[in-house]
Design a protein around this ligand. Structure first.
Ligand SMILES: Cc1cc2nc3c(=O)[nH]c(=O)nc-3n(C[C@H](O)[C@H](O)[C@H](O)COP(=O)(O)O)c2cc1C
Ligand code: SF4
Length: 460
């Protein structure tokens, strides 16, 4: 569900800022016709008439930060691409979206794929790239079809293709060729990690690469490469079209702009809520109908399962990079998974840890072995067969994974362990002293029907 209400002074919805989602509810929102009716490809026209370095400077000044999780400044990433090096440059869009709870890029691509294509054209102009790739999570076949169709429309319109055809259709001199290749991955969480993604795109098994060299120097086919998240690139056309001041009028000094927040779990109205950075979960819940009737919030993730859990006491934390960081977590992908008092935190953490153990690529020992042992301990505790000393062992193993693994998947696996022990140690102890789980799983609707599933099923 998208909230695309007008921003009226007195309504709680005044806090929302629908840009990427502003016409998702229109018939055939994904077509070029609809996109053009909503000022589509205006940002591209402006950008192509500007020198590439000016485009980079504009995106940098606007303060756009990567929406893939780490919040790295997008313009600065583009600036790292060496110029005049005689090598091909590549743009690779990360559309792997596999983090539990994260569900923004797939709906965005499904409803408005042209925002991404327009952003890619602008980014390629800025970094002087003639070939861009979209690495999509392969299981989402309807989105794959829609992307293929949108790319076809963009070729037909002359936005993509050979320089001659583009010059003729766009009436702009000196345009280089530009091709977009849509690639469907085979469905592995680790292939969202940018260097594993590049290996997978080159046809190898997806495992993270040693850095340096960083992708900006030796990325795809050992050439300078920018890897950006779908939402990061799709946010660029509006900045070109409406200006950096407009973008900076939303959010905060260090985290400006609008973004997609994905509400899921035990909430009355799950869905995408597009608002300025710095909005709070309390405000989002107030305007969306709150936690499901008769229940109260127990814990939540600010940005997917790899960001440390927060609780009811953090409802007023500003959802931007600095605010969530100061509260001891990370903004991540802004996947706000909400769990009410019927949820067993030990069970939730066990399921997430099973996911990380399953998705560990096996390249480094702390993550490969550590996630396996975490699962064994957690399953025992959940089943009432744990011992008090297991809690220390859990923290110790998580500590040996965190910061000591080859890539950030390991850190992500440690996050729910540390944060749940910090806020809910008593609940772990209850499982041990009581010889089992004190919660009735039938009262919680968030679990997938298949109890052996390693994925979190959200049916709120
Ligand atoms: C295990 C793992 C999975 C990741 N999955 C994704 C993903 O699905 N999509 C994404 O954009 N970034 C993902 N990232 C982050 C990427 O490595 C990279 O930082 C991001 O694509 C950069 O884009 P941005 O600068 O636009 O945020 C993942 C990182 C790790 C460690
Ligand atoms: S941390 Fe895990 S996923 Fe990352 S390289 Fe090591 S084993 Fe692979």
């Amino acid at each position: 569900m998208t909230v695309t209400v007008e921003r009226g002074e007195s309504s709680p919805e005044k806090l929302l800022a629908p840009v990427l989602s502003s016409f998702w509810d229109q018939p055939k929102s994904w077509t070029l016709d609809t996109y053009l009716r909503h000022e589509g490809y205006e940002g591209m026209r402006k950008a192509l008439a500007m020198p590439p370095d000016d485009v980079i400077a504009l995106v940098k000044d606007a303060g756009l930060r990567g929406r893939g999780g780490a919040g790295f400044p997008t313009g600065m990433k583009w600036q790292f691409i060496p110029q005049g090096d005689g090598k091909p440059h590549y743009l690779v869009v990360n559309a792997d979206e596999s983090e539990p709870g994260t569900c923004k890029d797939i709906p965005l691509l499904f409803a408005n794929p042209h925002a991404l294509i327009e952003g890619m054209i602008i980014a390629c102009h800025a970094i002087r790239s003639e070939h861009a790739f979209i690495y999509l999570r392969g299981e989402v076949v309807p989105v794959l079809r829609r992307l293929h169709e949108a790319v076809r429309e963009a070729y037909e319109a002359g936005y993509l293709g050979t320089g001659d055809a583009r010059r003729r259709k766009l009436g702009l001199d000196g345009l280089p060729d530009l091709d977009i290749t849509v690639h469907a991955g085979a469905g592995a969480y680790i292939c969202g990690e940018e260097t594993a993604l590049l290996d997978s795109l080159e046809g190898r098994r997806g495992q993270p690469r040693l850095r340096p060299p960083f992708p900006a120097v030796a990325g795809l086919y050992a050439c300078p490469t920018v890897v950006n998240n779908v939402e990061s690139i799709a946010s660029v056309p509006a900045i070109l079209h409406k200006g950096k001041e407009w973008f900076r009028s939303m959010g905060s000094e260090k985290s400006p702009g609008f973004t997609l927040y994905s509400l899921s779990g035990h909430v009355a109205n799950p869905g995408q809520y597009e608002g300025p950075l710095g909005i709070t979960l309390r405000q989002l819940l107030d305007m969306s109908g709150g936690i499901r009737p008769g229940h109260r919030l127990k814990f939540w993730t600010p940005g997917g399962s790899s960001t440390p859990l927060l609780t009811e006491e953090h409802l007023d934390v500003p959802l931007d990079y600095e605010g969530v960081g100061a509260a001891g977590s990370m903004l991540g992908t802004k996947a706000l998974q909400c769990f009410d008092e019927t949820t067993c935190v030990v069970r939730a953490v066990t399921r997430w840890t099973e996911f990380y153990a399953h998705e560990s690529c096996g390249k480094c020992t702390p993550c490969r072995e550590g996630t396996y042992w975490l699962v064994q301990l957690l399953r025992d505790i959940e089943a009432g067969k744990g011992r008090m000393e297991d809690l220390e062992k859990l923290a110790d193993i998580a500590d040996n994974i965190n910061g000591k693994s080859f890539c950030a998947l390991g850190d992500g696996a440690a996050s729910p362990i540390f944060s749940s022990l910090k806020y809910f140690k008593e609940e772990y102890q209850q499982h041990i002293t009581g010889g089992g789980c004190p919660f009735d799983p039938a009262k919680s609707t968030v679990w997938a029907d298949d109890p052996s599933s390693t994925h979190l099923g959200v049916n709120a």
